[in-house]
Every structure is written in structure tokens, then in C-alpha cells.
Design a protein around this ligand. Structure first.
Ligand SMILES: [Zn+2]
Ligand SMILES: [Zn+2]
Length: 349
């Protein structure tokens, strides 16, 4: 398995971002990202105008963020070639993405911010829908906005990375509950716009410059083969399919790599001689063991079964013997800072 690291949920000038795609992709390349997932609001102009390609060592793939007519139920859709009318209900566009062979994730499902009237919250509201692949468990911009107060706004604007603490607990709780019923993959988004705003009455600040945000919430995916470089149609579609497959399958984890780089983190199960990875299912048998390894000397590792913490370790690795069926995932924090959120391994359910 080869690990690739990328950012998802990024807006350009094709909607309400402030950068052109080639410029944003250049920042991603300079940030050593392997992939960049663009998601402009209700448009695939970037795709249609040929911006989906390699920029240096970064593969830029283009999906979009769809919303309904009340501007709710934001949906990050990838692998589709046309956008849908915002007059459709969320149920309809989620189904259409699936029918078109695309994949999709509920964006910032529990957004609550209320500090800036020009940026109201856009939560997910229709929970009767099931045709999606996953949810955005961690959204940089949502959390940053939610934590914003009159007292901290100056430091928050100056240090957009330090104000990020952890994914919303209610999103993690719901994510675990959903997984007990069926696989729902977790992914992370930066929701970068690089808005320029006159905030303090006298000078304009660029909120969330792309390059700054690209240091924070990353998606690490594991692919069976190396990505194929090159901008021919055939090579692009092969690499694109590989990344989307890993994301939809949940062979991935989410991490805030600002404090320390999580590349090299591993979480797998062994049953006899066979190895199973994040996103996999295996039967519960006599000797199933979970293994965690970290790329740092020590951090706090929590093993979570069906949403409940069942073991914790302060180490560079952990081993846990599985006695009960359930969905298992791992959370790691580094010096009290939320860091890694693995996808689930399903055992016997
Ligand atoms: Zn949104
Ligand atoms: Zn967005």
C-alpha cells in the first residue's frame, strides 16, 4: 500500500474563492501535497475548461459542492461530469451523483457558527438520505468560525491554524452510530476560500490564505499501486479513479498535520496471517488483533468500538485483542492536540 496525502474541499474564483485553479494547485504543489480536490459551489467549470490535471507533483481533481434552494445540505460530489440544479432536493442530487457513478460526502454536517452575519451556518438537515459515501468529519473553516469570539478574533485571524482544536464531538458521535448500521467514510476538508475581507474597519485581511490552510487538515489515502503521472486522458482517469476509490472505500484517515506530520501512521487488523486495512470487513474469529503504529516516539492512542473508547495507550504503537464484534477506529492526539482520525475496520457486523 502506498500512502498519498491531499487536501479536499477548496473553492476557486469559479465560485466564492479568490484564487485561480492553477495558482491554488501551485500552492498545493509547494506544500508537498499529492492531490487537491476542488469543490466550487454548483459548478464544474474547472473540469469543463480543462483544469483537472497534474501541476508539478500534485494531481488536481475537480468535483463540486452542491446545495439546495435554502442553501443547506451542502454535498461534496466527485467523479461526476455535470452539475445539478439547486432547485433539486438533497435527496435528488445525492441520488443523481450516485447514479452518475460519482461519490459524495455530506459537508460540515453540524455547522453552527453565528459570529458573522454574512457567513451563516449551512448544516446538513435531511438525515433520511442514505445514498452518500461519507461525511466530512472535520472542516477547518467551520470550526474556526465557530470558535471565533469578539475577544479572540484578532489572534484567530493572525493564526488560523492554532485555533483548530478537534472535529465536532456530535459529528464523531453520529459518524460512529451510522457506521454500526453501514459503512460511512470519514473525510476532512479545509473549505479554503481565501476570502478577502475588511474586518477591522481599516485594513483588508485575507482570511485563510490557501497555502496556510494546506498545512492543516489532510486526507491520507492508501493505494495498491503508485499513481500514474501524466496528463493524457487515460493516465488522468486511472489516477483519478484510484484516489476516488480509496476515499469512497475508506482506505484513508484524516489528520491535522499542522502540529506534526502523520505520514506513516498505520492501523490494521490481523486475523491469523491475513491483514485487513481501514475500510475492510472481516469476520470475528478466535484471534483477531488490531495494530496501530505511529511515526512519532509517543502520542495518546485511543481505540474506539461502536463510538466508545475501549482502550488507550501512550506509546508509538498499540496492540489490541478483539473479543467483540463492532466497528473499530483509532483516534490519536499529540501533546493534547487532536491529530489523527482513522476510518473504521468492521469486525463481524
Ligand atoms: Zn459548504
Ligand atoms: Zn465549501
Amino acid at each position: 500500500m502506498i500512502e498519498y496525502v491531499g487536501v479536499a474541499h477548496v473553492h476557486s474564483l469559479f465560485s466564492d474563492g479568490t484564487g485561480e485553479i492553477p495558482e491554488i494547485a501551485k500552492y498545493a504543489d509547494e506544500s508537498d501535497l499529492d492531490f487537491l480536490l476542488m469543490t466550487d459551489h454548483n459548478t464544474l467549470r474547472g473540469l469543463q475548461e480543462g483544469f483537472e490535471k497534474w501541476y508539478g507533483k500534485t494531481l488536481c481533481l475537480i468535483g463540486c459542492e452542491i446545495n439546495d434552494k435554502e442553501n443547506r445540505n451542502h454535498y461534496l460530489a466527485f467523479g461526476i461530469n455535470e452539475t445539478y440544479s439547486t432547485r433539486l432536493s438533497a435527496k435528488e442530487y445525492v441520488r443523481k451523483v450516485k447514479e452518475a457513478g460519482g461519490i459524495g460526502f455530506l459537508a460540515h454536517p453540524h455547522e453552527k457558527r453565528n459570529h458573522m452575519k454574512e457567513h451563516p451556518p449551512y448544516p446538513w438537515v435531511d438525515w433520511s438520505i442514505e445514498d452518500y459515501n461519507g461525511i466530512e468529519i472535520w472542516n477547518h473553516m467551520s470550526e474556526w468560525m465557530e470558535n471565533l469570539t469578539e475577544q479572540n478574533k484578532y489572534t484567530s485571524f493572525l493564526h488560523p491554524l492554532r485555533s483548530i482544536v478537534s472535529p465536532p464531538p456530535e459529528t464523531l458521535k453520529l459518524w460512529d452510530e451510522l457506521n454500526v448500521k453501514r459503512k460511512v467514510v470519514g473525510m476532512g476538508g479545509v473549505d479554503a476560500h481565501a476570502h478577502k475581507q475588511n474586518l477591522f474597519g481599516f485594513f483588508e485581511v485575507e482570511i485563510f490564505p490557501y497555502k496556510v490552510l494546506f498545512k492543516s487538515i489532510h486526507n491520507h489515502v492508501f493505494l495498491p499501486e503508485p499513481l500514474v503521472k501524466g496528463n493524457s486522458k487515460q493516465k488522468l482517469s486511472k489516477s483519478k479513479a484510484a484516489i476516488y476509490e480509496a476515499l469512497a472505500y475508506g482506505r484513508s484517515f484524516v489528520a491535522n498535520d499542522y502540529h506534526v506530520n502523520s505520514k506513516g501512521f498505520q492501523f490494521f487488523a490481523k486475523s491469523g496471517k491475513k491483514k485487513y486495512y481501514m475500510g475492510d470487513y472481516l469476520d470475528l474469529s478466535e484471534n483477531v488483533t488490531l495494530y496501530v503504529t505511529l511515526p512519532v516516539e509517543s502520542a495518546e492512542i485511543k481505540i474506539i468500538r461502536n463510538g466508545k473508547e475501549i482502550a488507550n495507550f501512550s506509546s508509538d504503537k498499540a496492540e489490541f485483542e478483539v473479543k467483540k464484534a463492532g466497528v473499530y477506529r483509532v483516534e490519536v492526539s499529540y501533546f493534547n492536540k487532536a491529530w489523527i482520525y482513522s476510518n473504521h475496520i468492521r469486525i463481524g457486523i
